[in-house]
Design a protein around this ligand. Structure first.
Ligand code: NAP
Length: 295
């Protein structure tokens, strides 16, 4: 049977419609418009694109969006003052500081300054700790998006062996934690592999579900997977392509066509995890409003 394509774009659209309906309801019933502040320091082109996309997503979901663009030479103390201002602002329910920050600013100090109740990126150590012990909190957006893709595609997670390729603090490590929690959207047996793993293919071949987040094309090839595997590809990599208008194209970490031939379900790149990340940011902002209202 041909592999089912796990269409992140369609799942993101479905979730954004739900989020917009919730935003309208919060407005109608409580007079509150969900507010998201996005702080960008400097002119990194990729960060500018992400910030623009976040602003557009906020507008479509009928959120209030407060974009703060600061010059690259902004001092750490000025940035911390802005965070304090946004922490105190009643109209703002979520604060996101676009990473990476310029080198003269200590990112961990800035992330620590965000009120954990407004930390919709889920990077504050308080929220990371809550996630770790299975308390309700803001879950980091990309890994949470991966879990939603599995759940909403009808992939059974409990009891399955999930192999995660990559152990970063923003993708692999939170996924290890989330999928091994004791709840209906988890209860998996989780293995995490990385560059120091001996015989990585020996692990991936045992996997019912593979989540690739290595940031290297062709990290997962067809000989490394068993028939019927479910694959989520988080990777986003540029590969040269003279036939493409921009001179490159985007690929994931998985040899898509070859692995698709063996898989039960697989997510593409682009159109897979990518659209889910901003969606989960909106989702967390709604959660922040509800927590503030006590509903
Ligand atoms: P990262 O911080 O560079 O971490 C990559 C991880 O993969 C590391 O743990 C590394 O192992 C491991 N790794 C690298 N090459 C490997 C290999 N050949 N075999 C086994 N493990 C390998 O990257 P990240 O921030 O987690 O991002 C991973 C990918 O996801 C990137 O392509 C990124 O662009 C993409 N991403 C996409 C989204 C989205 O919204 N779609 C969001 C975030 C990230 P070591 O720890 O041993 O070095």
């Amino acid at each position: 049977m041909p592999a089912k394509i796990i269409d992140g774009k369609a799942i993101a659209e479905e979730m954004r419609a739900e989020i917009k309906a919730e935003a309208q309801q919060l407005n109608a019933q409580h007079g509150v418009t969900p507010g998201l502040a996005v702080v960008l320091v400097g002119e990194d082109p990729a960060s500018q694109v992400y910030v623009r996309m976040k602003g557009k997503a906020c507008a479509e979901a009928e959120f209030f969006s407060d974009e703060r663009k600061l010059p690259a030479d902004t001092s750490e103390s000025d940035l911390l003052s802005l965070i304090a201002e946004l922490n105190a602002d009643e109209k703002i329910h979520g604060i996101l500081v676009q990473l990476p920050l310029p080198k003269h600013i200590d990112s961990s100090k800035v992330l620590l300054a965000i009120d954990p109740a407004k930390d919709v990126d889920g990077f504050h150590p308080t929220n990371v700790g809550k996630m770790m012990i299975g308390e309700q909190t803001f879950l980091p957006c990309t890994p949470h998006g991966v879990v939603q893709m599995l759940v909403r595609s009808g992939v059974e997670i409990p009891g399955k062996h999930v192999v995660i390729v990559g152990r970063s603090n923003i993708v692999g490590r939170p996924l290890m934690n989330m999928l091994s929690q004791k709840n209906d959207h988890a209860n998996a047996t989780v293995t995490c592999v990385h560059t120091r793993t001996k015989d990585m293919a020996g692990f991936t071949r045992q996997a019912d579900i593979i989540i690739a987040a290595a940031g290297r094309p062709n990290t997962v090839t067809a000989d490394m997977v068993k028939d019927g595997v479910v694959v989520i590809d988080v990777g986003v990599n540029r590969v040269e392509d003279p036939t493409a208008k921009r001179g490159f194209r985007l690929v994931g970490d998985v040899d898509f066509e070859a692995v698709k031939a063996k898989a039960a379900a697989i997510s593409p790149v682009p159109g897979g995890v990518g659209p889910m990340t901003i969606t989960m940011l909106l989702y967390n902002t709604i959660a922040a409003v509800k927590a503030k209202l006590g509903i």
